[in-house]
Every structure is written in structure tokens, then in C-alpha cells.
Design a protein around this ligand. Sequence first.
Ligand code: TRH
Length: 396
Amino acid sequence: MPAMVAPIRIAAMASDRWDIFCRVVDNFGDVAVSWRFARQVAREHGKDVRLFLDDLTVLAKLRPEIHAAYDEQVLERVRVMRIRDPFDPVDVADVVVETFGCDPPDAYVQAMAAREKKPRWINLEYLSAEDWVESSHALPSPNPRLPLTKHFFFPGFTPRTGGLLREESLLRRRDEFQADAGAQAAFWRAIAGEVPPPGVLKVSLFSYAGAPVEALARACAQAGGPVWVVAPEGYAASALDRWRLSDRARAAIRTFTIPFLAQDRYDLLLWACDVNFVRGEDSFVRAQWAARPFVWHIYPTDDGAHWIKMSAFLARYTTGLDRAHAAAVTALWEAWNRPVDNESPEPVRPALAEAWAGFTARLDGIARHSRWWAAALAARRDLAAELVDFVDNVLE
Ligand code: TRH
């Protein structure tokens, strides 16, 4: 069957051609990060970008403009291509980025090796706050068989890493939205059908299965409210829907399970809420740019390494917070990441209700810190700019 190709509208673009490869492991994050990065390299750095995906359904969920059935289409100056098998490596790019070690198709790698001017080859890695990242960042890895060298590029929170994804206009749009009561009211009417009255604590929920959602909802109700809890379609929303509110609870808490939001509208939810529960990698970073208190549900690994990863971030994030506020943040994060079924051998953690009460009692201080933290991160160049500079000026 001939490839389904949408009409190509874009004019010939800048000299440097970038091909970005991403394979969907699970969830949304891998594609979410790859799309954001591709869009930024195309829009802000004028590169001619192709984003190759093995599954377009995830991007279509994040960007409803995408047709999952099309093998080739253009969105926001990015040519979105399906990784077809067999893969026909038409005109290898100047720069090849594989995300999260996804390995471009072998035929493409062979074509890279055959190219007279060897492409610059980057492996864009997962985000971690752990110390070892600094010593691994930008390291070369010569290919054992082919005349090619791959460089590892690590996102991160310190100057000796690749930084974080942050679009040029992001913080300006955030500040405009957070200063515009009308825009926020319109957003709430659109997602909840009404505007939260003044004084309501607005909480957004995005988690993996196993997060103690019901315990949190109960804690919100016990804390006396008023609280609005908003959960886009997913694990947390299903758990909220299953939770049978008692009359007393109904007085203090309102829950809203809403459709999955397009990626750029999800930012509005984070900007509009007072506390954001996020997960994975991309929403974790977006919550930090929202400059609002947040709680991270980290992707659990069987070996428990996720606790080390979370502690490494907490050690950086709580720097500058006094002991009581740092303890309140840590207690809630740890209680939230404790799987509902406490079979695991780990030591007993503070009850979620206690941790929630401690966190909300210190919310003003944590909110101030979240703004300081976002501003400190924003003082650094963003990841796309760092990577383009690395490729154009360091590797060239
Ligand atoms: O979907 P995730 O759990 O993805 C994660 C990461 O890829 C992580 O690196 C990997 O280890 C793990 O999977 C296996 O979480 P993440 O990274 O936050 O990506 C979710 C994306 O979905 C993010 O871009 C925000 C977006 N989103 C929306 O666009 N609309 C929504 O309504 C919601 C709730 C999220």
C-alpha cells in the first residue's frame, strides 16, 4: 500500500538537517520529550527536523492535530515520520539524535557510516539529578564496527549537564496566564464547567498505578477543605472515580476527572493549580517551570533504584529550604511514592494524611521556594540550545 503522505507545505529550510528517533517504550514521556525537543530545534534554531516514531498514537494523544495513520506529516515545522519496516534510509541527516538509547534502524546507521561527511550522532538520555550524570555527560562512544562516534547528552539540573527542556516563550506565557484571572477563569470553565471560588486549594493529579490516591482524597477532606482535585484521564482519575465520597467529605472536597489534555493545555492546568502531583520525566519538569509546589510520582523500578533517584533530586530541590519545610516536602513525596499495598520490605513511612497536613501547613513557604527554584533553573540555558551549540560548535 503506497505511503499515506499529507501535502508538504513547508519551504526549504536551514542547512542543518536533524533526524530525531524515538521508540515508544511505555507511557507518554519518551514521545513527549522527543516532540518538545524536535519542535524547539525546528522553531527556535531553524533546523530542518524530521522526527521518526515507531508508534504515532502516543503523539496523537499529546497533539490531536497528528493523524496516527499517516506515515508522514508536518506539524509546527517538524516532519513527523513513521519508522517503517523495512526502513528506507532516504538522505541521512547532518545530525542524528536517538532518544533514550532507542537505536535508529540498522539500515539508517549503515547509511550514516557510508556518508562521506559523517553525521554527528547524539544519544539524548533520561533526566536524573544523580551526581554520576555530570561525569557521563557529553562523553564520546566510538562505534566498535563502523566509522562513527556517538556522544551521550544528559539533561540535568547543574551547569555540567545539558540542562532542561524549556521553550523560549514558556515562562513569559506562564507569567501572563498566572497574572490573568480572566484567562484562568476561562480555562476552569472549559475543563470543570465552573470557576473555583476564592480560597479553594486547587490540586492536579497525574500518577502511576499504585499511588495512594484515595488516601490523598481522604486527607484533603479531613483537612477541612475546600479543595478541588482535578485528574486528567488515567490511573489517578480512575481511582478518584472509584472513591465513594461520604457526605462529610463532599462538603470539603470536589473531584473532577477530565479528558486527557493536549500537551500545551496541560501546562495551563499546572499553572492554574496550587499543588501539582506529576510523574515520569516531562510532567516532572513542566511542574518545576510552573513554579508551584509539586509532588513527584517517580517511575518505580523493581530494584528500588527509583528511591535513590528521588532522593538525589530532593537533596538538590530542598537546598535553601529550612529543616521543617524540607522535611514536610520529603515526607509527602515519600508517602506518595509508597505503593498502596505495603507488602514491600521498606521501612514504614509517615501516613499520607499526616504528611499532607504537614505540607499544606507550610504551603506558603513551599510556594515561595518553588518560585525561587524555577527562577534558579531558568538562569541556565535550555537543553535544546545547549545541544545545538554542542553539535554546531563543539563537535563540528
Ligand atoms: O507518561 P510518563 O509516565 O512517561 C515516563 C517517562 O517517559 C519516563 O522517562 C519513563 O521512565 C517512564 O515513562 C517509563 O510521564 P511524563 O514523562 O510526565 O510524560 C507525560 C506527558 O503527558 C507529559 O508531556 C505531559 C503530558 N500530558 C498531557 O499532555 N495531557 C494530560 O492531560 C496529562 C495528564 C499529561
